[in-house]
Design a protein around this ligand. Structure first.
Ligand code: FE
Length: 189
């Protein structure tokens, strides 16, 4: 049942073992992520649920050396993130429903301005974030009545990384650590 996830974890471990080049790693992770989110039925039910008032971030796997992590994000209809960054590369694949992402640039003055139009991520589609390119965005579930689930792979133990939210009006930056929604560590192998 969990074979597609096991394959992604093995593929990402192999590429990170042989390369530290972000471009090489992200290209390989995107290819694995496309296969993962094209597959259905592999994500255990407990990782498809929203467990609190906010959207949930369920850790599915963390590399023992914290070189990458895999997380399922579960959004109730119209739930939305703050404007935030990641500080490490990330590859996002849409498993269920649709999400909308608006990217932003941070000007030297600290002002936050929209970068292009909003992007819709549909079932099976994959996108990326990177501190080397566009790393600031806001994401919401596009649907008024359906749950959305996306699978994220990041180049660190993302739940433990110091990163930032941004106030769109003032540009003020606030450090946060996202943590995970899990009450226990997953064992889905
Ligand atoms: Fe994000």
């Amino acid at each position: 049942m969990h074979q597609p996830l096991r394959e992604l974890v093995q593929d990402v471990t192999r590429v990170i073992d042989r390369s530290s080049d972000e471009e090489t790693i992200v290209a390989a992770v995107k290819s694995s992520m496309r296969k993962l989110v094209a597959a259905n039925g592999w994500l255990p039910e407990e990782f498809t649920r929203c467990t609190g008032p906010s959207y949930s971030q369920h850790l599915l796997y963390c590399d023992p050396l914290e070189r990458f992590s895999v997380v399922s994000f579960v959004w109730r209809p119209q739930q939305c993130t703050p404007v935030h960054d990641h500080t490490v590369w990330g590859v996002i694949g849409q498993l269920v429903g649709e999400e909308v992402s608006q990217s932003y640039d941070r000007l030297p003055s600290g002002k936050i301005v929209a970068h292009g139009p909003p992007e819709v991520l549909r079932k099976g589609e994959v996108t990326t974030v990177s501190p080397r390119e566009i790393d600031i965005h806001v994401v919401r579930n596009a649907s008024r009545d359906e749950t959305a689930i996306s699978i994220h792979t990041y180049g660190a133990n993302i739940g433990r990384v110091n990163r930032n939210t941004y106030d769109l009006a003032t540009g003020e930056r606030t450090t946060f650590v996202s943590s995970y929604s899990n009450s226990v560590l997953p064992n889905i192998w």
